[in-house]
Design a protein around this ligand. Sequence first.
Ligand code: E4P
Length: 214
Amino acid sequence: MKFFIDTADVAEIKEAQSLGILDGVTTNPSLIKKSGRPFNDVAREICKLVPGPVSLEVTAIDCAGMLKEAEKLAKFGDNVVIKLPLIPEGLKACKKLTEQGIKTNVTLCFSPVQALLAAKAGATYISPFVGRLDDIGQDGFEIIPQIRQIYDNYGFETEILVASVRHPVHVHNSALAGADVATIPLKVFQQLVQHPLTDKGLAQFLKDWESVKA
Ligand code: E4P
């Protein structure tokens, strides 16, 4: 299972990279805004810093506009993945970019049938947003094993990239459901490694060692 970080903050990316388990980055226009930096600067820096896939999102809502933007975004590096919204125009653009050998991440997916459409359009990644479904009172995670089953039923190679991850349970369930990737905020990366019994056990080992070491 791959771990991406869901941020446009370079300091956060470096922090996650230092753990040695980071495979890629996802961004979106809101995360770019949160970084407080011009899009071109931040996109260029992230693509250089991270050897793995970096998702950069288009903002056009028509296929021709998306393709034009994709051409510009692809210039930031060989690792760029074009992020497209799951709307009819996004599916058309996905199909065309796939035919050109360009990697895509179809985003804002909230149902298994939407995920099926993205796979049929040749998406490299599908991004189901589990946290935002939780936010409206649905069990957001329910759709992940369903998408897994649909993709496995027909041998689709589109990778399931669990997005809108809010806590370690989302990551735990992603791994159990056979998701290919989870894109994780830095805070959740930090929560994943923590366990109070690890800290308590280590403190005891160090204390005992103090009394026996030569
Ligand atoms: C990632 O690709 C998504 O844009 C992101 O995970 C959305 O997360 P949010 O629902 O916390 O904004």
